[in-house]
Design a protein around this ligand. Structure first.
Ligand code: AVI
Length: 314
C-alpha cells in the first residue's frame, strides 16, 4: 500500500497540472470525516438516494426481475454502513426472497460494524462479509453460478473519469454472467447553487476531508506540508456536470517528501486537483454503458430528481 501511495504521489506531483488521487482520502480519519459529510445538510446525495431506497423499495425489487424461487447473491461494492441497503434487505427478506448478502469493503472495521448491526436488525439475512479489492472478490465469486445482483451506490462511479468508469463497468461485466444485474447510483447534473455547497459545506468538514490528504502524506510519507498554507477550493461546471476539488497553494513554497526523496515547488495560487465528482444525465450514462456488456433496463429517481439508480442487465 505505501509503495503504491508513494508512486501515485510521485507521479501526481510531477505532472504540470499537479494532482493527487482521491482514493487516498479514506484512511481512518478520512472515513470518519466522510461519515460526517454524508450527514451534512448541504450533502444532498445520501438523502436523495435514501429517498429512493426508502420509498421505492418495491419498485427496485420488481425492476430487478428476480424470480421468487431463485436463490441469488446480492453483492455490494463499497458497502460502508449499508444504511440504504438495509431497506432493500428488509423488504427482500419480508417478501420471502432467498439470497446471501455479500458486503465488500476495503475497511474491515466498516464490515465488522455492518455485520454486527445486521445480526440484531435483520437476524434472518445471511451475511458473508468480504474485505479487499472489488475485482479480486468478484473473480473469486465467479465460479458461483447463482444469479448475482451487484450494488454500486452513492455515485462512487462519479469519482472516476468517464474512460475509467467505462473500463470499470466493463470489467465488472466480465466477472459476471448473462442475466446478472448491476444497480448503479449516479448523482444527476443540477445547478451549481446546489452542487457547490455540497462540496464546500459551512462547517468546513469537506475542507477538512481535503486537507487530511496532505496530513496523510505528512504522516505516511514523511512530508512537511504546512496545511495552513493550502486552501480547499471546489469548482463545478454545470455544462459538463463535473465537480472538482482542489488544494490551492497560498504562497510560493517548497515541500519535502522524505520517503520519495524529492522536494516540490508550489507557486502562490497553484492548484492540486484532489477529486473529480462527476454528475450524470441519461445521455452520459448511455454513452458509458454502450461501451460495456450491460443494457440499461430501468431507472429510478428521487422526488427532487437529484439522484438516479440505474438497473443494468449483463
Ligand atoms: C464518495 N464520493 C461519491 C463522494 C463524492 O460526492 O464525490 C466523496 C466526497 N468528496 C467530497 N465530499 C464527498
Amino acid at each position: 500500500m505505501t509503495e503504491q501511495f508513494k508512486k501515485d504521489v510521485y507521479t501526481g506531483l510531477n505532472t504540470p497540472n499537479k494532482r493527487l488521487p482521491s482514493k487516498y482520502f479514506y484512511d481512518k480519519k478520512g472515513d470518519a470525516l466522510f461519515v460526517e459529510i454524508m450527514n451534512l445538510p448541504e450533502y444532498y446525495l445520501t438523502r436523495a438516494e435514501m429517498d429512493i431506497f426508502e420509498n421505492q423499495t418495491d419498485d427496485i425489487i420488481k425492476a430487478l426481475q428476480i424470480s421468487p424461487d431463485c436463490y441469488f447473491e446480492l453483492i455490494e461494492l463499497g458497502a460502508g454502513d449499508g444504511s440504504k441497503t438495509k431497506k432493500l434487505l428488509q423488504m427482500l427478506h419480508q417478501q420471502g426472497f432467498k439470497f446471501d448478502y455479500f458486503p465488500v469493503d476495503i475497511s474491515q472495521n466498516a464490515l465488522d460494524n455492518l455485520e454486527a448491526d445486521l445480526k440484531t436488525e435483520l437476524p434472518g439475512v445471511s451475511v458473508i462479509k468480504k474485505q479487499g479489492d472489488y475485482f479480486e472478490i468478484l473473480a473469486s465469486l465467479k465460479e458461483i453460478k447463482k444469479l448475482k445482483v451487484i450494488l454500486f451506490l452513492g455515485s462512487n462511479i462519479g469519482n472516476m473519469p468517464d474512460e475509467v468508469a467505462t473500463q470499470f463497468i466493463y470489467d465488472l461485466g466480465s466477472n459476471l454472467h448473462p442475466g446478472d444485474k448491476l444497480l448503479l447510483g449516479a448523482d444527476l447534473i443540477k445547478p451549481a447553487s446546489i452542487v457547490l455547497p455540497a462540496y464546500n459545506d459551512s462547517k468546513g468538514v469537506t475542507a477538512a476531508f481535503n486537507y487530511n490528504l496532505l496530513a496523510r502524506i505528512n504522516r505516511e510519507l514523511e512530508a512537511d506540508f504546512d496545511i495552513t498554507n493550502f486552501r480547499h477550493e471546489p469548482e463545478y461546471t454545470e455544462q459538463d456536470g463535473i465537480a472538482k476539488s482542489f488544494l490551492v497553494s497560498q504562497a510560493d513554497q517548497t515541500v519535502c517528501i522524505k520517503s520519495i526523496g524529492q522536494s516540490f515547488d508550489f507557486k502562490k495560487g497553484e492548484r492540486i486537483e484532489t477529486e473529480v465528482s462527476r454528475k450524470y444525465n441519461d445521455e452520459v450514462i448511455h454513452k458509458i454503458i454502450s461501451e460495456t456488456d450491460f443494457k440499461i433496463s430501468y431507472k429510478l429517481s428521487d422526488g427532487k430528481k437529484y439522484f438516479a439508480n440505474y438497473i443494468l442487465e449483463r
